[in-house]
Design a protein around this ligand. Structure first.
Ligand code: C5P
Length: 249
């Protein structure tokens, strides 16, 4: 499948399906129970490093059996051959979205994108969209200067890495709503954008510093939203998701 076709298909999903609930829990039982509470119209679920380290491909299979689309957020960072092989495994597991660090460099980004462009093999396999992480939002300009001196401002680094990822064949980017307008200016409307840090105006920020409402994120050009605690900590997760979907529409 061509990149443009994959991006088009994901963008064409109704807004309620373009919500991703982060299953930030330490075991499969809790993840599957939580996924079951999202209701039949719930969107994607995100499996990150903690859950995947604890429960591995079996939890991805369990979530797929519940009818969930999976965002496998393992943020690959390794040599080209290794990231390409890992990306193939994401396709084999039937993930719909997966992540790679743009700082991996062009060869590794191209290798992962090329691996995913090959036809996935086996039952339940599919080509996931490859999303690039530019600069982790936990890093300050001073942190970056310490590990990679002379790389320009934080905004310069984000712009450079986003451009590199898109040129190298990635399908999209992970980006906060605050940085999205500048990112769209730099890379244009092509890349799929997945945005975390989402809160309803009535909610609490938790430890997120820069938050946006679903409507603000939609207006800034987000294609998918990642939501953790506002859904997973709600008394009724399905109702919390529905409230967010209503604003994202
Ligand atoms: O609970 P909350 O909605 O803050 O969770 C957001 C999810 O998105 C978590 O899984 C977090 O790791 C992830 N994330 C984020 N900010 C980023 C990238 C990912 O909050 N810049």
């Amino acid at each position: 499948m061509q990149r443009s076709e994959l991006i088009g298909r994901l963008r064409a999903l109704p807004p309620g399906r373009r919500l991703i609930t982060a299953l930030d829990v330490p075991d499969a039982d809790r993840a599957l129970a939580l996924a079951g509470l999202l209701g039949p119209s719930g969107g994607f679920v995100k499996v990150g490093l903690e859950l995947f380290s604890a429960a591995g491909p079996a939890v991805v299979a369990g979530l797929r059996d519940l009818g969930r689309d999976v965002f496998l957020d393992l943020k690959y960072h390794d040599i080209p051959n290794t990231v390409a092989s890992a990306a193939r495994q994401a396709a084999r597991m039937g993930a719909s979205l997966c992540t790679i660090h743009a700082g991996n460099g062009r060869a590794a980004l191209e290798a992962a994108a090329a691996a995913l462009a090959e036809a996935p093999a086996g039952p339940g396999a599919q080509r996931p969209a490859l999303l690039a992480v530019t600069v982790l939002t936990s890093l300050s300009a001073a942190d970056l200067e310490e590990v990679a001196p002379g790389g320009g401002t934080l905004a310069d680094r984000v712009a450079r890495l986003a451009t590199l990822a898109w040129e190298s064949g990635c399908d999209g980017l992970v980006c906060s709503a605050a940085d999205l307008p500048e990112l769209r200016r730099v890379v244009g409307p092509g890349p799929l954008v997945v945005t975390p840090g989402i809160r309803l105006a009535s909610g609490t920020a938790d430890d997120q510093k820069r938050i946006a409402t679903p409507r603000q994120a939609a207006e800034a050009g987000a294609d998918f939203l990642v939501i953790g605690r506002p859904v997973t900590g709600a008394a009724d997760p399905a109702a919390a998701l529905a409230a967010i979907a209503a604003e994202f529409a």
